[in-house]
Design a protein. Sequence first.
Length: 168
Amino acid sequence: MSHTAVTLEDLLADYEATTDRWKNFFEANPDAALVPTDIAGAKNVGELVRHIYTASFRTAQRLLGEELSNPALLFPEGDISTAFVIYAEGTKKLRQFLDTATETTLEEKFEIQRPGGQGRVISGTKRKLFLHVWVHATRHWAQIVPVLRVNGFSPDWVHDILSSEVIR
């Protein structure tokens, strides 16, 4: 038996709603972006947020079959607001992919040379690749919350799929 519980559109809507909350949080608490961390090679939370959205942007390019660009050239280093510019551009591409994707498209295979992976290859379907955007962001936000809390910044919402206002 197969059950359709959550669509890729639902996950993208949740990704967008989560980003809106974080964008508002960092606008109200700009120093939170400067909290040190070493997660994913970032030196602070702002760099980690940039990593989340740079990865999403590049994944969207892969889904659309575009040549990968260097986000550092497209989006020069800046404060936390730059991360949300990358998010906006990547999300446009993700929506473009979903608007044109068919079941056949979602089952197309991909292979990616893992960054710094000593020749390891990551493979799967475009459905899996799209799902990675949501999972990757969710995992990193789960890492960011305790780092912020121990440094005196406490986001004031529940960080759980059960509290999603988008996914029912």
